[in-house]
Design a protein around this ligand. Sequence first.
Ligand code: ATP
Ligand code: MG
Length: 414
Amino acid sequence: MSVRSYLINLKNAINQKTIKLPYTFVTGNQSADVDSVISSITYAYLTHNLKTPQQYIIPLINVPKADLKLRRDIIRVLETYHNITEDLLYFVEDFDNFISESINSKVLQKTELSLVDHNGLQGVEINKSYDEGYLKVVGIIDHHADEGKFLNASPRIIRSCGSNSSLVFQYFYNLKQNNEQFWVDNKDVIELLIAPLLIDTSNMTQKVEEPDLEVFDIYKKILSVTKSQIIASQIPTQSNTNQVDLFYKEIKKAKKDLSGFAFIDILRKDYKQFKFLKGDNIGFSSIGKPLKWVVESYTKEEILKTLSDSLKLNRIDLLVITSSYTVKDTNEYRREFCYYYEGINAVYEILDDLVETQLSLNNQVYGGDEIDPVLEYVNSASIDNVGHFKIYNQVNIHASRKQVVPIVKEALEK
Ligand code: ATP
Ligand code: MG
């Protein structure tokens, strides 16, 4: 059964109400990036096929359905190669309906949820259901810092790794020994899993850890044995790049394609939100462009309005933007740390000082001359003069959002 067939069968079972309530879910984190989405789809599929065939797990994408179109790399992988279209997927609004259905049917057991690519609940809807007592977390496979929650989950695999998808594959691969034939027969799972691995490790050149290496070898073997049309690995093309490289380039290009997006879309595309212990609600937007690009692409009025709207729409106190980019001429990878808040807040005012050492912040912002007038406008023209926007060059390029979130959290919880 292909992954697509699984999703069709699941959809039919849901529509025909042949699944016993409450439903079972697996979800990725709120950035809903290719790692989270493919980790959850494959986790659902592999649980059904290798662990509990009687169980249908719903892979839930932890954003509104309308936001999927901002993730062009995911659409490229799912639709172009696997004909997995939006109608076969489930989103946060569907989750709300599923929970209501269980409540209305007076189901006593809690809805079961597994987490991949995060290990603490993310998203307003999921947190609400949990707080109201309708949810329990039964499994975790993740590569972020361990938040120490849900200690009885099984599996509970949390370790650092380039791509979370590698840990998902490893777990199911190791469930059954000598099961090569299963993977050969279901090579589409591998064709899906290799996409986040390549994206998260920049084609196996960054952040690669031992599980990534191990699974990559297995993927290449299976894709070559099965003569995968999508990624005919190891078959050199005229340009001397192999098919894996070409596949990587193609999905990377789709990911980088921001044509037609408003600034608000750029901020929503890879967004996570957390509530820290003292009650701060903080949003973190990762963007794959420098702030120089932002001020060249959008008017200062749009930038100010978007920053201000994003606080209101997400009901957050502070928006952090972690930008990363490669300088074309030198091929140098760089990062920036930026944040925006409104009104008076003594802690946010010195947040830059609090994280300066760990992130190695300085004022040598790329394109600073172009950015300065916009900063001046945002910091003076905002309604009632309440906006504060700060932008820094982050010399510590090893701190991606995975590290930035715990650093900001620690600073704000002191
Ligand atoms: P989260 O787990 O919260 O999503 P993250 O670790 O993915 O956080 P981001 O700030 O979004 O953090 O940055 C990740 C992106 O940066 C990845 O897409 C990765 O390809 C890219 N990246 C990381 N390090 C490098 C590097 N040294 N060179 C090139 N690209 C890199
Ligand atoms: Mg990420």
